[in-house]
Design a protein around this ligand. Structure first.
Ligand SMILES: *Cc1c(COP(=O)(O)O)cnc(C)c1O
Length: 483
């Protein structure tokens, strides 16, 4: 495909774009329990207007775009107040939870390099339920992640295991508030105390829970202490593009000590161009996401967020109660915010998901892990709350429908084939491609029913799964062929 010889007409262009998204997840109807955090039309209009107003401004140079500095400092200040920050708390606005986490891990690495003699490869300790972004951070930063188990009933980090994993290269302990898979708050106070005792840093991942947990607490829910006011916590991340309803590309990372935050920054005076000083990973960046985040915080306001939180807390209680009443389903742990994971000891959850999918729902599969069984994950957003009764009714019907069903013969075949391979990570790319084709995946396309694929992935060792995913992506992102 080439750039069209002549520019095309505006109407035609937008109708093509509309066409392109016809096959997308139809989140607008409120039946998608993931990915989109929709605060309703009114707030969305405000978010869009603020975003477009600052679309072209470039936060690359904060001396030329002073509004960007002002907006960022105001957003960070609001977030610091929200998360128990003190007079010394500092932070930055980032493009998302992943960037916030990468920056906190970088700060920990560079702080250790600056303060410790004989540091080997710097290590961070992450409970198995901590977000994949920590693994991405060490991957990018030349560090190592040491994974510790979580309790098999509460799904909270095992503090004893963390204590045992600490060694002379440990630079950072990680706790989640909440963890994504089961939405529970790790024992932050104990983990932070352990970090302080060893003179190391402690990051709290509040990407998912940081914004809403303080509201849940004000509404009477039992929320453990998790924020910057906890002794030993040195940094925290919080996404605004989740339950603050900001446009995507909005998160913050905060530190209690400005000296620690300095290790997050990057400056470069050894090239021939403009003076380079970046607070975050990105360099040129639109001020749109920041302006939109500032706008939604100011538009919805504390009282508005408390109201949303009440709606979500009530919804969560109804859903958790409803699932517990369905024969064959089991809620994992005690969800501490408006995300719910459930599994089944009687039916295959991947078949259940396909069945729900066929009825117009999107619910998210989570593969099994040594610490948790395969499960279904629901993120409850305001636009979902009108569907609770229908969701529960369909779950009940679908559980009965898939009772006794097994995944297809492919899974058994693959299982046998795998058992015959001594080292699956040594298999070459062609074999992987054939395996993907067998599962109905080719050229990045996916079959309607995904239970077989999920069941297959569920069986594979992580290293093998990761290689399959690389093959899948490589196929998916292939330039459009010439006509
Ligand atoms: C969403 C999330 C993140 C980071 O996600 P992004 O997609 O980069 O915003 C990190 N931790 C938890 C617990 C999350 O839920």
């Amino acid at each position: 495909m080439k750039i069209p010889a002549k520019g095309c007409n505006r109407d035609e262009l937008f109708s093509t774009l509309e066409d392109y998204r016809k096959g997308d997840n139809a989140w607008q109807n409120g039946r998608t329990w993931a990915y989109v955090f929709d605060p309703g039309e009114e707030a969305t209009a405000v978010i869009k207007q603020a975003y477009m107003m600052f679309l072209s401004e470039n936060a690359l140079d904060p001396t030329e775009f002073r509004s960007a500095v002002r907006l960022e400092n105001e957003v960070v200040s609001m977030c610091a107040h929200h998360l128990g920050g003190g007079p010394g708390t500092v932070g930055n606005f980032t493009s998302g939870g992943t960037e916030s986490i990468i920056l906190a891990v970088k700060a920990a690495r560079d702080h250790a390099r600056a303060t410790r003699a004989n540091l080997g490869v710097p290590e961070i300790i992450v409970p198995s339920t901590a977000h994949a972004a920590f693994h991405k951070a060490v991957h990018y930063l030349g560090m190592k992640a040491v994974v510790t188990p979580v309790d098999h009933t509460t799904f909270k980090a095992d503090v004893g295991a963390i204590r045992e994993a600490i060694n002379e290269n440990t630079v950072l302990l990680v706790a989640s508030a909440v963890s994504y898979p089961q939405a529970v708050v790790d024992p932050v106070e104990e983990i932070a105390a352990l970090a302080a005792e060893h003179g190391i840093l402690c990051h709290v991942d509040g990407c998912m829970g940081g914004f809403i947990l303080p509201y849940f607490r004000r509404l009477g829910a039992p929320v453990p202490n998790f924020d910057l006011s906890v002794k030993g916590v040195t940094s925290i991340s919080m996404d605004l593009h989740k339950f603050a309803y900001a446009a995507k590309g909005a998160s913050v990372v905060l530190y209690n000590d400005p000296e620690l935050r300095k290790h997050q920054f990057f400056t470069c005076a050894s090239w021939a161009g403009y003076t380079m000083f970046n607070t975050t990973v990105q360099s040129s960046k639109s001020v749109g996401p920041l302006a939109a985040a500032w706008a939604v915080l100011n538009y919805v306001g504390d009282a508005g967020y408390l109201k949303f939180a009440q709606q979500l807390l009530d919804a969560t209680r109804r859903i958790v109660g409803g699932i517990r009443e369905i024969d064959g389903l089991r809620v994992l742990g005690e969800p501490e915010m408006n995300l719910v994971a459930f599994t089944s000891d009687e039916v295959n959850v991947f078949l259940l998901i396909d069945e729900m999918n066929a009825r117009g729902w999107y619910i998210q599969p989570q593969l099994g892990h040594p610490d948790c069984p395969p499960s279904v994950h629901l993120t409850i957003a305001p636009s979902n709350t009108r569907w609770i009764d229908e969701l529960l009714a369909d779950l009940r019907v679908c559980v009965d429908k898939v009772r006794g069903q097994q995944p297809g013969p492919l899974v058994a075949m693959a299982q046998q084939a795998l058992a015959a391979i001594p080292d699956p990570s040594a298999i070459d790319g062609t074999v992987l491609k054939q395996l993907l084709a067998l599962a109905g995946i080719s050229g990045g396309g996916l079959p309607e029913r995904k239970a077989d694929i999920n069941q297959l992935l569920n069986l594979l060792p992580p290293a093998f799964k990761e290689r399959l995913l690389v093959e899948f992506m490589s196929d998916l992102f292939t330039p459009t062929a010439d006509e």
